[in-house]
Design a binder for this molecule. Structure first.
Ligand SMILES: [Zn+2]
Length: 621
């Protein structure tokens, strides 16, 4: 609505009246205090006299939510021509600071400190520039020029997708300082810096564009990747380029920390990804099967998420709230593709992928919250509604990730079925992420209608109804149609799959009794969630309680497993002694079906599309 646009635009223009960009903003990030969990920034902003609002990034791409809720920007002081300029925080937008620039001032200097909550130790540090950036409010971030520099502790290596312009080796700066070419606030937010004392870069590809992995570790031996892992990464690049028929980066850096300090996970960028994993993540083939797909997932985001972005997430600045409805594509399709590519390049075997997708389907099928909440609603809600593990299955969390694995497998196998296996999801991707060929980093928004149009170009079908039924309607059961069209079936057995036993941190795997007793339990007996409608729920167990004793024995994984097996042929219920806050009580669970774990079995006589999907597209070297 034009009136509303005008009403919004007017105060924004006034807020930035005193911004005078003849030259880029200069920002220097000082990371030398990283071991003390502090970053410092010096920022020079070109200005005119008059009122000015400067802002920190609030709604940051990839987070799909606001940042800085820990009040981590501190020590903020503005000066100009040697005098302190007072500021006042905006009452509503808490990331915005109002100032009045005095006559005669052309440069506003800002100093700030940032309290680092994660990813800064005495061996390594990760800078996402949104932690330090200040820039005029109300201007599209792609229009604001900014030139970054970084100072790192002596002897630390540096990796980033930014273009260095200082003399010498920018990855091993002799004086710890690196200057980079001017860019925009939008691209700087998209270009993190990784630095650390233990650093090794591995080239992965030279064509069609250069690709590297830059590894940082707590210890020197951790940055030495096994040759088989490097070979798998070197296969991932041509597999992705073959699947996506394009690139949207000039060069790409997998930035990886292997550290005992969590939290762990990935954050996508156009020309790099910020990956944080436990130390041992690539030390065996088994652990690599779980850790590797984090990298293929984040790499896929360069095409799906960064280049193609839902219109509601393609905001012009980092102040406009994001609308997450299409995260089942942004994250869900990426999850599907990341695991498929992770199998094609060799991180996972096809058998491990079967086990993976069986686990996804079973977990979603036992998520009780799907009785009241759609998958699309989990995506809409994530910008403000997050929660812990207690009753998580009734609340539903970021289910748009795993639901995407199932929906897009369904789409892939449906295309194969409708076209007699002449076409598949790659034909959709050729339109969706490669419709304009390869490009430098840029954002091309899409909406639901475009997805439907592009799918209909691959093969005519009522794709709108197909997607609305699966994503936008309440579905009490998980979508296993893709698995079944793929020639396989989800079943439950009394043995856990080998893949489900792999833990990223060795020794942390707990016994999975979710599909039997209906509880998620840590290896010390702490109950983290209770499946609504399951046997433990009927016996009134609750998250936060702790199992002390099972059938007369102190709780361990093994005593619980023995009790489940014994109950199969016993008439009596399984007895538990449960600690609930300061009370201890006896609870009986009348359960006799033994251990239950999900797995896939092949349906003979049907086309095995699933294993066809998992085959590499490019020849092995
Ligand atoms: Zn993702």
């Amino acid at each position: 609505m034009p009136t509303r646009t005008l009403a919004l635009a007017l105060p924004l223009l006034l807020a930035s009246f005193a911004f005078a960009q003849q030259a880029p903003i200069q920002i220097t990030a000082d990371l030398t205090d990283a071991p003390r969990k502090l970053f410092h920034a010096e920022i020079d902003i070109p200005v005119h006299p008059g009122p000015l609002a400067v802002t920190a990034a609030a709604w940051v791409p990839g987070h799909h939510a606001t940042k800085h809720t820990d009040n981590d920007i501190t020590g903020l002081v503005f000066t100009a021509n040697g005098s302190v300029i007072p500021w006042r925080r905006d009452d509503v937008d808490l990331y915005q600071f109002h100032l009045t620039i005095p006559a005669g001032v052309t440069t506003l200097h800002a100093h700030l400190d940032y309290i680092v909550n994660i990813k800064a130790t005495n061996a390594l540090a990760v800078l996402e520039w949104e932690d330090l950036m200040l820039y005029p409010a109300g201007i599209p971030v792609r229009q604001i020029a900014i030139q970054p520099s970084v100072i790192v502790p002596a002897g630390w290596g540096v990796a980033t997708s930014l273009h260095a312009i200082s003399p010498g080796d920018p990855e091993h700066p002799a004086d710890g300082r690196v200057h980079y070419a001017p860019t925009t606030v939008q691209m700087l937010e998209d270009s993190p810096i990784f630095t650390g004392i233990n650093f090794r870069e591995y080239p992965l590809a030279t064509a069609p564009k250069p690709v590297f992995i830059d590894v940082f570790g707590d210890n020197p031996e951790e940055v030495e990747l096994r040759p088989s892992v490097v070979a798998e990464l070197q296969r991932l690049v041509p597999e992705a380029v073959a699947m996506y028929s394009s690139t949207h980066y000039d060069a790409y850096h997998f930035l990886l920390t292997l550290t005992k300090n969590g939290p762990y996970g990935g954050l996508e960028h156009h020309e790099s990804s910020d990956n944080s994993l436990p130390n041992a993540s690539f030390t065996t083939d088994e652990i690599t099967a779980v850790a590797g797909p984090v990298l293929s997932h984040e790499y896929t985001h360069s095409w799906n998420g960064k280049y193609r972005r839902p219109a509601g997430l393609a905001t012009p600045d980092f102040a406009t709230p994001m609308k997450g409805e299409l995260l089942w594509v942004y994250e869900g399709l990426t999850d599907y593709l990341g695991n498929v590519l992770g199998t094609r390049c060799g991180f996972m075997t096809p058998d491990q992928y079967h086990d993976y997708i069986a686990g996804v389907a079973a977990r979603l099928d036992s998520t009780s919250g799907r009785e009241w909440r759609t998958t699309a609603d989990t995506a809409v809600g994530i910008s403000g509604l997050q929660g812990g593990s207690a009753w998580a299955n009734w609340r539903r969390g970021s289910d748009y990730y795993p639901e995407g694995d199932l929906v897009w497998l369904d789409v892939d196998t449906t295309i194969r079925k409708l076209t007699g296996d002449r076409k598949n999801l790659r034909d959709f991707l050729t339109i969706f992420v490669a419709g304009h060929g390869s490009t430098p980093p840029e954002i091309v928004p899409y909406d639901f209608d475009e997805l439907v149009r592009d799918l209909n170009l691959v093969v005519p079908n009522d794709w709108a109804a197909f997607l609305r039924e699966r994503v936008y309607q309440v579905q009490p059961h998980a979508n296993t149609e893709g698995i079944e069209q793929g020639g396989w079936k989800l079943v439950y057995t009394d043995k856990p799959t080998p893949y489900s036993q792999i833990a990223l941190r060795p020794g942390t795997a707990a016994l999975n009794v979710w599909y039997s007793l209906g509880i998620a339990v840590d290896s010390d007996g702490s109950i983290t969630d209770v499946r609504v409608g399951g046997p433990a729920d009927k016996a009134k167990l609750a998250p936060g309680e702790k199992i002390l004793v099972v059938d007369g024995h102190i709780y361990t994984n093994e005593t619980l497993r023995k009790a489940l097996r014994a109950a199969k042929t016993a008439a009596a219920p399984i007895s538990f002694i449960i600690q609930s806050d300061t009370l201890v009580s006896t609870v009986a669970i009348d359960y006799h079906d033994g251990e239950r774990y999900p797995t896939l079995v092949r349906v003979e006589g049907t086309p095995d599309y699933l294993d066809e999907i998992l085959k590499p597209l490019t020849p092995a070297k």
